[in-house]
Design a protein around this ligand. Sequence first.
Ligand SMILES: [Zn+2]
Length: 258
Amino acid sequence: MEGLSFEEEAAEAEGSLTASAAGPMPKVWIDSVGGVPCERFDIVKYAQSIKKYWKKQPNDKDASADAWFNRVTKRAKDALAKSGKATSPLAVKPANKFVLHITGGSTTKGASFDNHGLVTLTRKGYWPHFQIGHKTNSKDKASPVRCVQFFPIDVTSFALAYGGHDSIQIEISQVQGEVFTNDAAITGAVKGLFQELRKAFPGMANKAPLEFKYKKGGGLPTVTKAAWGPLSGVVGHMHAPESTHGDPGLIDPSKILN
Ligand SMILES: [Zn+2]
């Protein structure tokens, strides 16, 4: 569509869905994903526990902990305040993409749900909507799967630098270099979540429109801003415009489609 700005083009592509969005979404917190219960996560309460710990560290000044706390909790509170309203961002313009990220851990220690997920995401203020991983450590495949939800699905989240305005995002706890779709328990939960999201956003296609592949040193398979808007279905951080990240790696997306 020549002559249109990116926003206009994206809006045109989703015009029919936008026109039918007449009120707040009925259900914005997901109860369970593929048999795994999904917990609603209290970001502010958790940030308080990090601040308390941080203030006890001899090299950290109270002022920096306070400044950090105020910055990240304001961001979280502002986002949460938009939920439940007819004007909430993803009720007005429904999400058409499920964006996958990996919260990688070292190959020796694995990626613990807490240390490579909750702590890192909260300290940076880069929460996605969801996090899924093995409870104790992603190398321990016998450990049960845990799902948490940071934000309701009618507001945008913060894991992408660009392109999060029409996306539901997830961080999957995984050891770096591994492929999460080789882990049946994690894959089952991610698939369960994607299918729940498709009920909430019927315009989200049951497909992976782009290949999950890249060559080492050969650049990432990013798309342009104009191409990103109309894309629908399962995509990765590696595809986002201007992305410098290769997550979620060389996965087999067919395992999370119906
Ligand atoms: Zn990412």
